[in-house]
Ligand binder design. Structure first.
Ligand code: BTN
Length: 245
């Protein structure tokens, strides 16, 4: 990954640019990276703060051959690869919060936004957008995010952005190949070990319902299994809050 790099000082969103390039036929493994995003996007129509040189803001174009139904597994693959790299880089306590965040303690360090272009039976492309807060300081954060967002700088761990990005790309490619060759089962097992939420009480808000319970495991498709007073619930999508201990 990253043999072709499209670089911007400033862009609205690297995901938007990557989708345009993918529409025009860009190769798998192409990345779009920016120093600053003016319209960084997160899941559920949220915005994603991405100030100049304070993080690694990039998007990766993938053209997987598995069915569109399985695309959410890719986010889990990325989360495992990223967590490995970040722990190696010194954030030894970071862990995965289902489905797509990496936290240090209860604070978000990384967000992943996976966007799919597919027909019913075939994926045309996937754009995987990843934001890693490196030098992000508390000053750049609006008040409501100060307690919920962190960065290498806030955690007092020194980091080199370029080296970190190289390491991330290498590990993403390695795990993507493992998923292609051996399927998702071995990656799901690693995900469970690297998760910071299994065994903890969570609040789930999905579009049609919300409930509380204990996050117990993932099923074979990467859905979150939550044990509630009324039995086991399977969460396919939605927002999950880990309740403080
Ligand atoms: C989330 O937290 O819900 C996902 C955040 C994803 C942010 C990254 S930064 C690079 C790429 N471009 C975007 O606009 N979003 C992703």
């Amino acid at each position: 990954f990253g043999k072709k790099i499209v670089y911007f000082e400033k862009v609205d969103s690297t995901n938007t640019v990557a989708k345009r390039l993918a529409d025009q036929g860009a190769d798998e493994g192409t990345i779009v990276v920016a120093e600053e995003q003016t319209g960084g996007r997160g899941r559920l129509d949220r915005s994603f703060i991405s100030p100049f040189a304070q993080g690694i803001w990039f998007s990766l174009i993938l053209r997987p051959t598995f069915p569109p139904m399985e695309v959410s597994k890719l986010t889990l693959v990325a989360a495992v690869a990223l967590t490995k790299v970040l722990r190696r880089a010194g954030l030894i306590h970071c862990g995965i919060k289902w489905p797509n965040d990496i936290l240090v303690g209860d604070k978000k360090l990384v967000g992943i936004l996976t966007e799919l272009n597919a027909s019913v039976e075939k994926i045309n492309y996937v754009v995987m957008g990843i934001g890693i807060n490196t030098a992000l300081g508390k000053k750049a954060l609006p008040r409501e995010l100060k307690k919920t967002v962190t960065s290498f700088a806030i955690e007092n761990v020194p980091v080199q952005r370029v080296e970190l990005l190289q390491d991330v790309l290498r590990e993403l490619e390695r795990y993507y190949d493992v998923a292609g060759e051996q399927g998702f089962a071995p990656i799901l097992e690693e995900w469970k070990v690297l998760s910071c939420m299994l065994g903890r009480d969570v609040e789930v808000s999905a579009s049609d319902r919300s409930f509380t319970g204990k996050a117990v495991t993932l099923d074979e498709n990467g859905n979150l299994m939550v044990e509630t007073a009324n039995g086991m619930e399977r969460v396919l999508a939605g927002d999950v809050r880990v309740r403080p201990v």
